[in-house]
Design a protein around this ligand. Structure first.
Ligand SMILES: *Cc1c(COP(=O)(O)O)cnc(C)c1O
Length: 386
């Protein structure tokens, strides 16, 4: 007998979708305006206000947000951009698509965030930018990273895909560097299905991103086909098709109203895991740093085979067999064949990220989980450990 039956499998990262989102999507469908329009503008305003940022541009993914932020930073061929090996591949791919070379700086083993000392060690005359990732929702050491950026005249593009609610010394993450990039992918803290957002410090950068995100055209379609008379558009750059739809913004607007409620729910799940798994030989996440706010996006535990008596991959299989969907965030980027071939990266070059990547398991922590779901996860972990 497994903790949960096959029919009742707990899907990892499944989002909470409620009646208000369904009604808002229906309203968009009935309005006939599905594409980029008034709801996207409202979502940008609401998101900028929530984060206390002067400018927000909605896009169709965080990958697009990272790509355009790098381009707006002037990053291009011949440049190096320093990032963390413990991230989703999109972070490194965006650097490559901007024409630059990604350079890895290993993580701090306690926080799993990029280690500023390692960043310093990787600086060269070609370094143009740093892309820190607030891993699992824990803010990076932004004071040290911004000091390096100031010293070396670098741009900072924060990957906030895990960290919508996070704060560092009273400031929202994503507003500390030059750009903050957010994801509304289905497993993230606020969802639109697919979707992303850039926060920019100044209007010029925001407008560059807006133009690049819609083919390089100077007027968006909503304004062109409004009732103010026909307006020609002009193409001022070879842009991209990265715009968000009103259909997506409709979901985002309703989700954003609940962002704090969902955060509180995830925090209470986090606290239960911390308390109820404390006696086990698994590694638990470090406590949030004082004067910061953790977004509690991922709850990652470490399965060290020597201590736990079970290998990480066997633990993954056993949890799945118990009806619990788990995740791995992430194998170090140095484990993937593409990067090994393109840049000569080797796992042993990033010892901390490699160890974490080989031992880490993410337990479910979505706001959708019931108390019973959380109890089932805890029971399954206890059952699976020998
Ligand atoms: C999800 C994620 C992304 C990519 O987000 P998309 O919206 O799916 O493009 C980038 N970086 C990190 C750290 C992520 O977790």
């Amino acid at each position: 007998m497994s903790v949960r039956s096959h029919d009742n499998f707990l899907i990892f990262g499944s989002p909470k979708i409620e009646e208000d989102e369904i009604r808002e999507v229906e309203a968009v469908m009935r309005s006939g305006w599905l594409g980029t329009g008034p709801r996207v503008t409202r979502f940008e305003k609401a998101f900028a206000q929530y984060r206390g940022a002067p400018h927000a541009v909605a896009l169709n993914s965080c990958s697009a947000a990272l790509h355009l932020s790098l381009l707006a930073s002037g990053v291009g061929p011949g440049d190096e951009v320093i990032t963390t090996p413990l991230t989703f591949c999109a972070t490194a791919n965006a650097i490559i698509h901007a024409g630059a070379t990604p350079v890895l700086a290993d993580i701090d083993p306690l926080t799993s965030n990029i280690d500023p000392e390692q960043v310093r060690a990787k600086l060269t005359p070609r370094t143009r930018a740093i892309v820190p990732v607030h891993f699992a929702g824990r803010p990076c050491d932004m004071d040290s990273l911004m000091a390096i950026a100031r010293d070396q005249n670098l741009k900072v593009i924060e990957d906030c895909a895990h960290a919508i609610e996070a704060e560092h010394r009273g400031r929202s993450v994503g507003t500390i560097g030059d750009f903050g990039c957010f994801s509304f992918y289905v497993t993230k803290n606020v969802i639109t299905g697919e979707g992303g957002m850039v926060l920019a410090r100044n209007e010029e950068d925001a407008s560059t991103i807006k133009v690049l995100g819609l083919h390089g055209m100077t007027k968006d379609a909503w304004k062109r086909f409004g009732d103010e008379g026909f307006k020609h558009y002009h193409v001022v750059a070879a842009g991209f098709k990265y715009n968000m739809m009103d259909l997506q913004a409709a979901i985002g607007l309703k989700q954003l109203e609940k962002v704090e409620t969902y955060w509180l729910r995830r925090k209470s799940i986090w606290d239960r895991y911390m308390n109820e798994l404390a006696d086990l030989p698994i590694g638990l996440p470090a406590s949030p740093e004082s004067d910061t706010r953790h977004a509690h996006h991922l709850f990652t535990v470490e399965i060290d085979e020597a201590r736990c008596g079970i290998a990480r991959d066997a633990f993954l299989d056993a949890m799945t067999a118990q009806g619990i969907g788990i995740g791995v965030h992430y194998l170090s980027l140095t484990e993937h064949p593409y990067y090994q071939e393109a840049f000569g990266w080797r796992p042993e070059d990033m010892p901390h990220a490699t160890r974490v990547g080989r031992q880490t398991v993410s337990l479910p922590i979505s706001a959708k989980l019931t108390d019973q779901d959380v109890s089932d996860v805890i029971s399954a972990v206890r059952l699976v450990l020998p």
